[in-house]
Design a protein. Structure first.
Length: 256
């Protein structure tokens, strides 16, 4: 199937939808597994990790992939250590990157390994691409699933809380909104979302803050109040908890 006679130094697998890798001819996976010992570096862009995983090359390896599909990769291949936060990773001679543009970061890293930092900077300049970039792709992820993908109970809590997000919300209020006792509500809610109600409210506040920071010119004080916090420091603590940056750093990165 593959008539490659020259030695391969670096083999890069481009990303596509994970489902497409499942439908590839088995000879693709067989060839990759056979050629791997002869390859100096094996790299993947975005969900190219799924092809490497199905070929059996990632057992006990630490890799990254697009944040949207990291959970799927974990569930399909529990023997792989998946780091959904990193832009790109190296584990031995296995390299992996997050989204498509993260592949550029990975490519520049490979260039730096081969020819050094100075030439890499020149290449980046030619590409009009910043060498320094945020190293955490979780900044681009969504903390909550789409509302239509939530269960009926979680949707009710979401709409109730979202309409009152400027207020202080406690467990008793949320349970009352869905006609349940606090204890039963807490148990059922965590079963359906995998995290407690308090963290769910926190995520709603975070998503609203991200929208306001990116699409409005409101001050941090105003945004904090709109998200249910009486101090900017509380808003910053929220961003540090999830993203390890301040609210103003998030705004500088994403403001339109």
């Amino acid at each position: 199937m593959f008539n490659i006679t020259t030695p391969i130094d670096t083999l890069i697998i481009a990303g596509t939808h994970p489902n497409l890798f499942e439908n590839l001819d088995e000879t693709v996976y067989t060839w990759l597994k056979q050629i791997y010992p002869q390859v100096n570096r094996l790299a993947s862009i975005c969900v190219g990790t799924f092809l490497m995983a199905k070929s059996g090359l990632l057992k006990n390896k630490t890799v990254t992939t697009h944040w949207k599909y990291a959970g799927l990769l974990k569930s399909m291949y529990p023997e792989i250590h998946v780091d959904a936060r990193s832009i790109f990773l190296k584990d031995g001679n296995i390299y992996s990157s997050g989204g498509i543009t993260s592949g550029i970061n990975l490519a520049l890293h490979l260039v730096e390994e081969d020819v050094g930092r100075d030439i890499t900077i020149q290449v980046a300049k030619h590409l009009v691409f910043g060498v320094h970039r945020l190293s955490d792709q979780s900044l681009f992820s969504e903390e909550l699933p789409a509302v239509e993908n939530m269960s009926e109970l979680v949707q009710k809590v979401y709409h109730y809380a979202n309409a009152r997000i400027e207020e202080t919300l406690n467990l008793e209020q949320l349970a009352s909104a869905v006609n349940m006792s606090p204890r039963n509500f807490s148990r059922v809610f965590k079963k359906e979302t995998s995290f407690p109600p308090g963290q769910f409210i926190e995520k709603i506040r975070l998503e609203k803050a991200k929208q306001l920071l990116a699409y409005t010119a409101d001050t941090l004080t105003i945004i904090s109040v709109q998200c249910g916090y009486d101090q900017v420091s509380s808003l910053n603590k929220l961003f540090y908890k999830y993203y390890k940056i301040s609210a103003i750093q998030y705004r500088k990165t994403f403001q339109h």
